[in-house]
Structure formats: C-alpha cells, structure tokens
Design a protein. Structure first.
Length: 448
C-alpha cells in the first residue's frame, strides 16, 4: 500500500535500482543506516500506520521491496503464509478482524464447506475396501484419482512421534486411535468404500457436538512436519519416539503398513497406468498397415464405426483389441496399451465411491469384477461422448471439437456416467431393477 502523499510517478529512477531497466535485482541490499525502523515483510501487504507511511516516503529500499512484493505475489510460500496467519490469530494479533465479522457463530458455520458423502476430501476418515481387505485411513492429499492417506489404527502403541493420537470422542469408533502419518501411502480413489468421519471444522461457540477430527490444516501441518523432519504442531498429542530397540513396535507398524499393500497395488489396474510400452499409438499402428477401411473391416470382422472411432481419437475395448491382434501381429495387452489415455476427469468420475454399488452389481450380473466394469464403463462413456460431439459437428455449421458451446447437450462426464450406468442397470427385466441402488440425484423406491 502506498502512502497517500506519494504518486506512482515518483516511484521510479534511483529508488527502483535496476527496475527501470525491466528486471528485478537478485538481492535487495538494505541501507547501512535509517532514521526509522524498516518495514517488516509481513507489513508490505497490509495497512500501514502513520510512522510506517512516513518511513516509506523517505526510504527507497522499502519502496523497492514493496514494489517487488506486489509484482511477484505468486512467489509467496502459501504454506508459510497460512502458518504465519494462524500463529497471529492464536496470539491475539488477529482481533482487528473481529470488527469485520458480523455473522453469529451459528450462521458462520453455515458458510463453511460441507462434506459430500460421495466424495473424498482432505481430513476425512474413510474405510478402504479391496476384495476381502478393509482398512481405515485418513485423507492427507488428493491428485486426480490418486489419494495420499495415513493408516489409522486403534492400537495406539503403533504411534511414533509423528503420529496423531485421537481421543475417543474424535471419531465414531469410540476408542482412541492413532493416525500414522509416517506410514503414508498413495492409493487409487476407487478403493474408498465408506466415509467414517467427516473432516473437522472450526467449532461454533454454541456447538454441542464433541465428535470431530482435527481441522484439515492442522493435519496437513503435522504431515508436512513429518515430511520435512520438523517439529509437529504442539496443540495435539503424539506417540512416543521410535527407538532402535523397539522391535515389537516396529513389527506392529510393519504389519499395519502391509495391510495397505492390496490398496497400493490396486493402482496397477488403472488403464492410464499400463507398464506396457506400445510401438506407436493405435491409430498410427493401423495407418501403417496401408489397408483401406473396407479392408480392415473385412479382415477383422469389426464394424466400420470402430475404425472411425479410432481415427477420431477413441479407444478400443478388450474384445475389439482381440479382433485386431491378427492384423497387427501383436497381443491384446499391447493394443490396449496403445489406446489414447482416458480423460482425467472421466477417470476420477468412474472412480468415485458413489459408483461402487452400481459397478459391483453389474459385475455380479455379468460374472466379472468391479475393475473390469469400471474401465468398461469409462471406455463406453468416452466413445459415447466422442460420437455425440462428432454427430453434432456433422449436422451443424462448424466442425469445432469443443463441447462448451453445446448448451442443449449435457456432455459432462458425471451426467454421461450416470446415464450409462442407469441404462446398463435397466437392461435386465424383472425384480432386479427394483433392488438397484438409486443413482445420484434420484430418489429410491417409495415405501408402500
């Protein structure tokens, strides 16, 4: 913030050092002496007092720092800024904000973000399930369909100095639990089965609820402390340091981590993570054959729409890949690996916990497994969207491949996935349809 008696035109020339030549200096060297104390870094982005404005008017170094801070605001360390802000509030330095807050605590709580039961967010306690294996985990971070979690156990002796000890009132488990941040691991989103406890939130003064996890920012501070080898936040309880002679505790922790191996390995079933390296993309492999569309159709017995889909950047499923093995002189897995990658947002949507009941029901009907149904749905939805866009382009005045302009079509992945699953579940006739779990946005059958 500039003092009111200084125009922007005066902040040029020698006061800016090398700024006049179009770049910032690598290091800002403070003057040897000054009549008044220099501004702190934390003062540069706030409202200045009268003495600070007076100092700024006479100190070219502080004006230079102010300019650099305003020009390169993106270089601020977000984690450091949030930690400093929380520290100021904890010490009472944030009381100036109280005059700006007019909402009562109960109303303020309504403005906070609420958990969705069908989505995975930082700070939540979830049950993971893979085949016959089930474990508890706390969400630390999420990147698309990959989620970083900390194993949670009710055997608090497994906790080390970087493991949060939760009291019995923090979760619905009713017993103390340990969040082993130092045993963090990455699991795919589709292994999440049931939300056990939502993420903690700042409590209103008149709140009567005592069941709550620590807020997400506190959990992340403790997690970052483990990653950096720093001291974790002091307001929470932790386990005892793990010593070399603690053989029983080390064995217990190894057993706890081993229980998460099925979830870690589950990531290998994701289509976009195939370890196989194909010789070329599938469209290129077919083009190099030099066959006409009619020749490809005759030799593979596949419909012409399959090759049109491939030319448009679409994918083939395992059955279609099997039909291509002879003409491409390779195996099914190599052809599947040559598929173009699925859209990240589509991968996330078919991996959400809310999809599991419907995928499991389809797997039961077709005598397959949940993974196969998940990636089959992703392939068919991707092809459906490509066909819809292509058909609309061929009927319209333009051939744009974007979907933002098609207001009459709901081509979001969520809508397409839900429509596809609904259609697949409605194919069989009889009483099976009535027992299907309702899709998102639908109501279950009415009780008589």
């Amino acid at each position: 913030m500039l003092p009111s008696d200084i125009s922007r035109d005066r902040r040029t020339g020698n006061d800016h050092g090398h700024l006049g030549r179009g770049y910032l200096p690598d290091e800002l060297v403070p003057p040897v002496v000054a009549a008044d104390p220099h501004l702190l870094d934390s003062d540069l982005g706030g409202t200045l007092t009268k003495p600070q404005e007076k100092h700024l008017a006479n100190c070219g170094w502080c004006r230079q720092r102010l300019t650099q801070a305003a020009t390169h605001a993106d270089l601020v360390d977000e984690a450091a800024f949030l930690a400093a802000a929380r520290e100021r509030i904890a010490t009472g330095a944030g009381r100036a904000l109280e005059t700006l807050t007019t909402l009562r605590p109960a109303l303020h709580a309504l403005t906070l973000e609420h958990d969705e039961l069908d989505d995975v967010k930082i700070g939540q306690l979830w049950r993971l399930r893979r085949c016959a294996t089930a474990e508890l985990a706390l969400v630390l971070d999420r990147d698309r369909w990959w989620v970083t979690v900390a194993p949670v156990t009710t055997d608090v002796t497994a906790a080390d100095e970087y493991s949060l000890i939760l009291p019995e009132t923090a979760t619905i488990l009713g017993v103390p639990a340990a969040v082993c941040l130092s045993l963090e691991c990455v699991v795919p989103l589709f292994t999440f089965d049931q939300l056990i406890t939502p993420a903690g939130r700042p409590r209103a003064a008149d709140s009567g609820s005592s069941i709550q996890l620590p807020p997400p920012h506190t959990i992340r501070d403790a997690w970052h402390a483990w990653r950096r080898g720093a001291t974790p936040p002091e307001q929470h309880s932790y386990g005892d340091p793990l010593l070399d002679e603690d053989l029983d505790r080390r064995e217990l922790r190894n057993t706890l981590f081993a229980g998460f191996m099925p979830f870690i390995r589950a990531g290998g079933s994701a289509m976009n993570e195939s370890p196989r390296q194909p010789p070329a993309p599938l469209s290129v492999m077919l083009h190099e054959l030099g066959l006409s569309p009619t020749g490809l159709t005759r030799r593979t017995k596949l419909e012409p729409e399959v090759f049109l889909r491939i030319r448009q950047g679409g994918r083939v499923n395992r059955i279609e890949a099997s039909a291509l093995t002879a003409v491409l002189d390779t195996d099914v897995d190599t052809i599947l690996a040559a598929n173009p990658p699925l859209d990240d947002s589509l991968m996330v949507d078919v991996s959400r916990p809310k999809r599991r009941p419907h995928l499991q029901q389809l797997a039961h009907r077709r005598n397959t497994d949940e993974d196969e149904e998940r990636w089959r749905a992703a392939d068919e939805v991707a092809a459906l969207r490509a066909q819809t866009v292509h058909r609309h382009d061929s009927e319209g005045d333009s051939v744009s491949t974007t979907t933002d302009e098609y207001d009459e079509y709901d081509l979001s992945w969520t809508s397409l996935v839900e429509t596809h699953l609904r259609n697949e579940l409605e194919k069989p006739s009889g009483s099976e349809v009535a027992d299907e779990p309702p899709l998102s946005g639908e109501k279950g059958p009415k009780e008589s």
